[in-house]
Design a protein around this ligand. Structure first.
Ligand SMILES: Nc1ncnc2c1ncn2[C@@H]1O[C@H](COP(=O)(O)OP(=O)(O)OP(=O)(O)O)[C@@H](O)[C@H]1O
Ligand SMILES: [Mg+2]
Length: 317
């Protein structure tokens, strides 16, 4: 049986700008049809990573292969295999919807005999079939996003890079956009998507978390929660509550303590604390702990912990 070609194989990928390292030895592989969420704070290196993977930026070190093709050695060779929707969407505002799609059909050398049909398919996919003559500048955020996705898909690439496609888009448009992503993935397209929305990350097959240029974790949401938080965060019922939160913030091994209604939501490093020891520590400080309830951890909790560990390691807390 023929082995399936790995859509994305990244090893030791590094980018330095002068003395600043924007991407630091990032490594992962992606299987066909996976939806990969790529998360991380502003400036952590997500866009720089994608630009290297698309052959737009030369890595300082490391390798990346798209469908088995090396992105540095053959940047032209990877072009038919990838679609890229950049963070700024790259649409021409002074062109109509149709003209934008036609422009990308030209860029990707769509054969003349199939071009018309493909453009029609893209208009349909974007839901813009009744508005081909609308000026792109007049489209709302959600429609611009769908048009940009359509343009990135014009040549039916097996691998799609989407850089924050849903930022600034309303919740309904976001959900509809994700329906489209799942449809594409179900048809075999591999999707690599950056986002700041945790609800979107929860729905990815695997999630990568960038922090200060490093890829700190890369796994399924369930595996991440179980590995780093043993599946749980804590809701603490204590008196006085505000003081408890203030006391806990900054304690080594407490990634975050925040008010959550009439409880304190506490993300602890399970390598450092147990519920009993935390209760004792607070009691010793004169805080009355009524109870600690274990609640299902979220991806946001995991990333808060990873960021805490990252800061602690760098002595920044
Ligand atoms: N051409 C460049 N020259 C110098 N520094 C750069 C260049 N491009 C990016 N950087 C720096 O590299 C770091 C990573 O930037 P990048 O755009 O990859 O972050 P990001 O994770 O995509 O952030 P955001 O969530 O804000 O989009 C930033 O500190 C940025 O200022
Ligand atoms: Mg970015």
């Amino acid at each position: 049986m023929a082995t399936e070609i790995i859509p994305l194989d990244v090893q030791g990928l590094t980018k330095r700008f002068g003395s600043f390292t924007a991407v630091d030895h990032v490594a992962f592989t992606v299987q066909p049809g996976e939806v990969i969420g790529y998360l991380g704070p502003n400036g952590s290196g997500k866009t720089t990573t994608i630009r290297m993977l698309c052959g737009l930026l030369i890595p300082t070190e490391g390798t990346a292969k798209i469908m088995g093709i090396d992105v540095v050695q053959d940047p032209e060779g990877i072009k038919p295999h990838i679609g890229y929707m950049s963070q700024k969407f790259s649409l021409y505002d002074d062109l109509t919807v149709l003209e934008n799609i036609e422009f990308y059909a030209g860029v990707y050398d769509i054969p003349r005999d199939t071009e018309k049909a493909r453009i029609q398919e893209i208009l349909q996919l974007a839901g813009l079939e009744s508005r081909p003559k609308t000026l792109t500048a007049e489209l709302s955020g959600g429609w611009r996003q769908r048009l940009a996705l359509g343009c990135a898909l014009i040549h039916k690439p097996p691998l799609l890079f989407l850089d924050e496609p849903t930022s600034g888009v309303d919740p309904v448009a976001r959900r509809e956009f994700w329906d489209l992503i799942y449809q594409l993935a179900a048809q075999g397209t591999t999707v690599f998507i950056t986002t700041h929305y945790m609800d979107e990350a929860e729905h990815c097959n695997r999630v990568g978390f960038m922090y200060r240029s490093k890829l700190l974790a890369f796994d399924s949401p369930t595996a991440l929660k179980s590995r780093y938080l043993h599946g749980a965060a804590w809701d603490l019922d204590a008196d006085p509550l505000l003081e408890t939160v203030e006391d806990l913030d900054g304690v080594d091994g407490v990634a975050q303590a925040s008010l959550h209604g009439d409880r304190a939501h506490v993300i602890i490093d399970p390598e450092v604390w147990t519920a009993d020891r935390l209760t004792k520590m607070l009691t010793d400080k004169g805080i009355h702990v009524r109870g600690i309830e274990t609640v299902q951890s979220t991806l946001e909790d995991v990333f808060t912990l990873l960021a805490h560990r990252g800061r602690t390691a760098a002595n920044l807390d």
